[in-house]
Each structure stands twice: as structure tokens, then as C-alpha cells.
Ligand binder design. Structure first.
Ligand code: GSH
Length: 206
């Protein structure tokens, strides 16, 4: 009998990375199987010639789907939403797409260069300017708090990629020593995300 091995997606991953967790969370919400390809950044595995062929930026996450390689968490989320999700996650209409894109931009700007950088300093002893990261990070928490005071989800009347992209480093802010105590609307939004069917957590966030 021929052994037809079913194709399975591969995710190049660091377990404590919030950017990788975004992808694991979305794959879980979509109910998609995948294989983890662990990358040990401390041992320089993201800087080898072989890995730089896969992602010239030397970063995770990277997704490999049947020969197609995609790097950058936003690009991967968009690919997965279009390829395997329904339109709800990433709308096609101009207004809905713009509403989601605004928050995808926040995830790659203030959240990454504020909350995520502050966390990396604390957890991984990365060098940086903690004061700057805290100013940027708490600045966007204030914006999100106000925005969520009268909304359930960031972009539309339902969960979208906007929520998935922004969720990890906001929910992991306590790892960076940033309390969410003063942000009740953000805490309610975090609880809402945790009730989505297929939700999965990570270390420091269950
Ligand atoms: N904008 C990128 C950022 C990716 C990123 O910063 N990845 C980190 C882990 S969270 C990484 O690979 N760091 C290893 C390094 O830069 O040496 C994305 O969203 O995928």
C-alpha cells in the first residue's frame, strides 16, 4: 500500500515570542494542524545561512505552506485569513479592510516598539531604552483603553485579525512589568478573546 503522507504546514517558532504566538493562536482558531520547527535564537539558529535563505531578516515567525514561504507575522496572518479563513477575519470591502489595517499597523509599531521591546529587555536581557519603550507602550494602551470603552472588538463588530495581531503583547504586558490594572476595557477585551472557540494560550498567558 502506498503511504501518502498528508502535507502539513510548518511554523518556524520561538516559544516565548509573542509574534510567533500570534500565528499559533490564529492557526488554533482556524483549527489548522501544523508542525513546529523550533529555532534557538540564543544558539544563533536564526542567523545561519540556511535560515537566512528562508527569511533574510533572520526572524521568526516564518510559515511554510506546501513550498510557499512567508515571513513576518502580519503577512502570515493575512495569508492564513485569505487562504483558510472566511472573510470575517479580514474583510474585502474598503472600509472594513481599512479598519482592520489600522490596527495591524499599531501591532507593528507602538505595540512592537513599545510593549514587546520592554518585555524583551526584562525577559531576554535585551539592550534598549526602557523609558522610551514604556512611554510608547503605555501611550498605546491609553489609546486602546479609550477605543475599547464602548466597543467589544478593535476594528469591527466582530473579532478580526486586528484583535489577533494586537492581543499577544498587550496581554503579555505584565511580563514587561506593566500592570493592566488601570485598563478595565482592555482587560474585558482580553477576556473576550480568551472565550473564542479554539483559543490557546502560551507561557505567561493562559
Ligand atoms: N515584524 C516582525 C518582527 C519579528 C520579530 O521581531 N521576531 C523576533 C522574535 S519575536 C526574532 O526573530 N528575533 C530574533 C532576532 O531578531 O535575532 C514580525 O512581525 O514577524
Amino acid at each position: 500500500m502506498l503511504n501518502h503522507k498528508a502535507y502539513i504546514m510548518k511554523l518556524y517558532d520561538i516559544p516565548l515570542s509573542g509574534n510567533c504566538y500570534k500565528i499559533r493562536l490564529f492557526l488554533s482558531l482556524l483549527g489548522k494542524d501544523y508542525e513546529i520547527m523550533p529555532i534557538n535564537a540564543t544558539a544563533g539558529e536564526n542567523r545561519t545561512a540556511a535560515f537566512l535563505e528562508i527569511n533574510p531578516r533572520g526572524q521568526v515567525p516564518v510559515l511554510e505552506d506546501d513550498g510557499l514561504i512567508i515571513w513576518d507575522s502580519t503577512a502570515i496572518l493575512m495569508y492564513l485569513a485569505r487562504r483558510y479563513g472566511d472573510e470575517a477575519w479580514l474583510p474585502l470591502d474598503a472600509t472594513g479592510l481599512a479598519a482592520v489595517s489600522q490596527w495591524l499597523a499599531v501591532a507593528q509599531n507602538e505595540i512592537l516598539y513599545g510593549l514587546a521591546r520592554a518585555r524583551a529587555m526584562v525577559l531576554f536581557k535585551r539592550a534598549g531604552d526602557m523609558q522610551e519603550y514604556l512611554t510608547v507602550g503605555t501611550g498605546i494602551l491609553e489609546v486602546m483603553e479609550k477605543h475599547l470603552e464602548n466597543r467589544e472588538w478593535l476594528a469591527l463588530e466582530r473579532p478580526t485579525l486586528a484583535d489577533i495581531a494586537c492581543f499577544p503583547y498587550v496581554a503579555l504586558a505584565p511580563d514587561a512589568g506593566i500592570t493592566l490594572e488601570h485598563y478595565p476595557a482592555i482587560r474585558a477585551w482580553i477576556r473576550r478573546i480568551k472565550t473564542l472557540p479554539g483559543y490557546t494560550g502560551m507561557q505567561g498567558l493562559n
